[in-house]
Design a protein around this ligand. Structure first.
Ligand code: UGA
Length: 434
């Protein structure tokens, strides 16, 4: 089987590289010529641990190639993984225009039977639209099946998530499609769950929304902790010991960001509205998450009173550690607010500064990106921890305190132990604990 991967963003690139590493013959294509040129030369446009090594290895083995020509890729392939983006529209719904145009291209190049696999996160019932579009636009008698195989990889651990999946969801409506997908994933056969297509599509949105709900739930509880003597870290630990709850995704902080959770929660709310199902629980999940920044600003105000002209070191710009991705990062709304209050911001992140410059260009003395962490904290009136990179956990706090104008540490990710930090002379604020 020859596999074509359409769209080489995060999901597409990892899918193409990892499927080729499983021994399949894969060709990746994208409308962005630069991405394809770079990939063909073994260079990845995203930072993802281990990905570039595998890309180089499989290009060399000859099991992986890249092409600008969508038509050729479609015609040469037996299976097509659709990995194009589904951005959020104004009303919260997913914009399906790229999935639609890809479906038309497939229709126009249906030279033989093809299995069209949705890999992008799509609203439930999208397969029906893909089928209708291909049927409407196809010229000959070319046969095809549509299937859903949602991706569950996390940025930062994408390769390992792909290669060691908890589950491989295969949504199909024909035996042939099932057999082809089971064959592609034969290495993970114990992890395969076969469902119908609507179910597979919904598993993806429901999983992401559930995890987002866990995060908003613990953040809600953290607000209560701050008004009592309870410690949210221990509340989460105690809750997590119950295997029915589980300890993961119960870290209180500045809320969830990234290209998936915020968008997927809103998309699912919209799907519910369109189909007449009340999903208002998820509206609260979204609202609680959005409010995290205001609550963090409250702590900054409590510590600094007036923010104008205060030097504030912001450590962590990526939406989470181990990625350079700043899409929907909590840091963006935080910086916007601090900027509007005329703070003097010193921004630092180990990987995400280039991406953040697109949102906030360097503008001294209001916005300065520093070469290293120490330059950011020098003479600062306050230090904010926004993303929990390991580099920050290992900070030499004694040294930092001497470098700052005021030893004020506002920790949005509960990286430090309050007693320890205070014993060094810091004024310390964190989330959901005294
Ligand atoms: C998420 C899912 O975890 C993946 O399974 C899914 O495949 C992916 O979306 C997707 O749909 O493509 P990702 O967005 O890469 O993956 O990041 P996560 O590690 O899930 O973190 C999401 C956000 O939640 C981050 O901003 C993180 O800081 C925040 N978070 C996570 C918390 O605030 N608390 C937690 O306890 C856990």
């Amino acid at each position: 089987m020859k596999i074509g991967v359409i769209g080489t963003g995060y999901v597409g690139m990892v899918t193409a590289v990892c499927l080729s590493d499983l021994g399949h013959d894969v060709i990746g294509t994208d409308i962005d010529k630069e991405k394809i040129d770079k990939a063909s030369q073994g260079s990845c446009h995203i930072y993802e641990p281990g990905l570039e090594e595998l890309l180089k290895k499989n290009l060399k083995n000859g099991t992986l190639s890249f092409s600008h020509a969508l038509e050729d890729t479609i015609q040469a392939s037996d299976v097509l993984f659709v990995c194009v983006n589904t951005p959020q529209r104004e009303d919260g719904s997913a914009d399906m225009c790229y999935v639609e145009s890809t479906s038309r291209s497939i229709a126009e190049n249906l030279n033989k039977y093809k299995l069209v696999v949705e890999k992008s996160t799509v609203p439930v019932q999208t397969s029906m639209w893909i089928k209708r579009t291909i049927s409407l636009y196809k010229k000959g008698n070319g046969e095809f099946d549509v299937a859903s195989n949602p991706e569950f990889l996390r940025e930062g651990t994408a390769v390992s998530d792909f290669m060691h999946p908890d589950r491989v969801i295969i949504g199909v409506e024909t035996k042939k499609a099932e057999e082809m997908l089971v064959k592609i994933y034969k290495k993970f056969k114990d992890k395969v769950l076969v469902t119908n297509i609507d179910t597979a599509e919904l598993i993806k949105h429901a999983s992401n929304s559930f995890l987002a709900m866990k995060i908003s739930f613990i953040n809600l509880i953290s607000d209560l902790c701050e008004r009592t003597d309870a410690d949210v870290e221990l509340v989460a630990k105690g809750m997590g010991l119950d295997p029915r709850i589980g300890k993961r995704f119960l870290r209180a902080g500045l809320g969830y960001g990234g290209s998936c959770f915020p968008k997927d929660v809103r998309a699912l709310i919209k799907i519910g509205e369109d189909l007449g199902a009340d999903l208002s629980l998820l509206k609260e999940v979204d609202r609680i998450n959005t409010d995290r920044i205001q609550s963090f600003l409250g702590k900054i105000k409590k510590a600094l009173w007036i923010v104008k002209d205060k030097k504030i070191a912001v450590l962590g710009l990526a939406f989470k550690p181990e990625t350079d991705d700043t899409r929907n990062a909590p840091s963006i709304n935080l910086i916007k607010e601090l900027q509007s209050q005329e703070a003097l911001l010193r921004l630092y992140d180990p990987k995400a500064m280039d991406n953040m410059r697109i949102h906030f260009p360097e503008d001294p003395p209001k916005i300065i990106y520093t070469q290293n962490l120490l330059d950011a904290v020098k003479e600062a009136n306050a230090l904010l921890i926004v993303t929990e990179w390991d580099e920050f956990k290992d900070l030499n706090l004694r040294k930092i305190k001497d470098m700052m104008a005021n030893p004020i540490l506002i920790d949005g990710r509960n990286v430090f132990d309050p007693d320890e930090v205070r014993s060094l002379g810091f004024e310390y604020y964190s989330i959901g604990r005294k």
